[in-house]
Design a protein around this ligand. Structure first.
Ligand code: SF4
Length: 449
């Protein structure tokens, strides 16, 4: 069968993200089908889409939906209208069955099946596209496959994919070109699953709580292949790269042993790490760490379900600084337990984090299948029949989101290393100019104070 895989994501802030999931779907499909990819970031205009569809004439079209909205309570922007326009444009040219997948789809499968009038959906890991194609080819009903739903199907959560995950990078250099020209950052995944229980987070629903690892030498081989393809920087997309410290050290050492010469970074939890952890990582090429810190007030960290306390954040921050790493912290205000008092405490503590960039988000987006969803239900903020596909934000009983935003903006004023939200259009324009001048990597390191 001729299969067209489309990455629908066109969000470029805080930096363009290569559609890694498509590589894994392509790896699962293997040589059994004729495959073409289409990354909407690489497509200049709508006419290009029609040209691809008419030229390739796919039998099946898979669309990966990464994000639902920008999770910004102050300037909410839904991406659903873009997805609807994409499907409408496809339908003007092709009658091939449309299969939806991706992390955004997995959070809201039923709603998106209906809204986008898709034929099938793959809930959870995209590798199940492979058995779906086999079933379609044989004329069988794919909706019997675990994780696959039809138009009216109910999306039971599938078990994690336990067969080997195989990454197949694009054969066409053009598919990487956009990312190489815009920061040169490509990405890779070393494991799936997150064992932590942050109340607002949909990751454990998407990937499960049990961590499934790839062998370090295979990850290192992928990293070297990305370097050879022209990557100037690698981003590790794991939910928290250091969730298993020894595994992350093994991966870093495998990078060094394989001769990886480009810098890399990723998401980290500011947890307690073994002595010398960040020094070893830096010695193996780690350049930047992005900590999912969220608050610097112990009662709030407990209410958020974070696996560390304030003292631990400072200790881990100091260790990362001492290893010479570029450090960023993400904060998420106005969640459960937040009040003017706790917010003031967090803001005052952020001032004590030296040599770092702070990304500040105000308002906690409620996702299904999270403890936050259950709490919002219990507190009467949402009811079971209410759709939360259009973003709904948790309302802390003791503090309005608007007041929290006012306090944050007041405190952030004049602090160049405090970035509110993902930085929006203004940041996007600065990044584009820097990419044109040849700067590579995440670039927030230029804001470190
Ligand atoms: S916020 Fe990060 S550490 Fe917490 S559950 Fe989600 S992915 Fe895991």
């Amino acid at each position: 069968m001729k299969v067209l895989l489309i990455s629908a994501n066109t969000v470029l802030e805080p930096y363009p993200v290569y559609p890694l999931g498509l590589d894994y779907v392509a790896g699962a499909i293997g040589p059994d089908h004729q495959l073409q990819r289409l990354d909407m970031n690489c497509l200049a205009d709508g006419q290009g889409l029609a040209t691809v569809l008419e030229g390739f004439a796919p039998d099946v079209i898979g669309i990966s939906l990464r994000n639902i909205d920008n999770t910004d309570a102050l300037h909410p922007m839904s991406y659903i209208p873009d997805y609807q326009r994409l499907v409408d444009r496809i339908r003007q040219v092709s009658t091939a069955p449309i299969v939806l997948g991706g992390s955004g789809f997995t959070i809201f499968p039923q709603e998106l099946m209906t809204l986008l009038a898709a034929d099938y959906g793959v809930v959870g890991e995209g590798e199940r596209m492979a058995p779906l194609l086999t079933a379609l080819e044989k004329g069988e009903d794919p909706a019997c496959i675990e994780g696959v739903i039809g138009r009216d199907g109910l999306a039971a959560k599938p078990r994690p994919w336990t067969r080997q995950a195989v990454r197949q990078m694009p054969a066409q250099p053009d598919d990487l070109g956009f990312y190489l020209k815009n920061g040169g950052m490509l990405n890779l995944q070393t494991k799936r699953g997150c064992p932590f229980r942050c109340v607002y987070c949909s990751y454990p629903h998407l990937e499960g709580r049990a961590m499934r690892y790839r062998p370090p030498h295979e990850i290192a081989a992928d990293a070297v292949a990305l370097q050879q393809a022209g990557a100037k920087y690698l981003f590790i997309t794991d939910s928290a790269f250091n969730a298993h410290p020894e595994q992350s050290l093994s991966v870093a050492k495998a990078f060094k042993a394989a001769g990886l010469a480009i810098p890399w970074g990723g998401f980290f939890a500011p947890n307690r790490m073994p002595d010398g952890y960040f020094d070893t990582m830096a010695d193996c090429g780690l350049k930047h760490v992005e900590f999912g810190t969220e608050a610097l007030c112990d009662p709030v960290l407990r209410a958020y379900g974070k696996p560390f306390d304030v003292a631990q954040v400072f200790a881990t921050h100091r260790a990362a600084n001492a290893a010479g790493l570029h450090v960023a912290h993400y904060f998420l205000f106005a969640g459960p337990g937040e009040s003017e008092h706790t917010l003031s405490e967090t803001l005052a503590n952020i001032d004590k984090l030296h040599k770092a960039v702070m990304f500040l988000f105000c308002g906690m987006r409620i996702y299904p299948h999270t403890a936050l969803y259950a709490l919002a239900r219990e507190q009467g903020q949402i009811d079971a029949s209410e759709s939360i596909l259009a973003p709904v934000f948790y309302q802390p009983p003791e503090l309005s989101i608007a007041r929290a935003a006012e306090m944050i903006a007041g405190h952030a004023k004049g602090r160049d290393n405090w970035v509110q939200g993902a930085g929006a259009e203004e940041t996007g324009n600065i990044l584009k100019r820097m990419y044109r001048k040849g700067f590579t990597g995440p670039l927030w390191e230029y804001l470190i104070r």
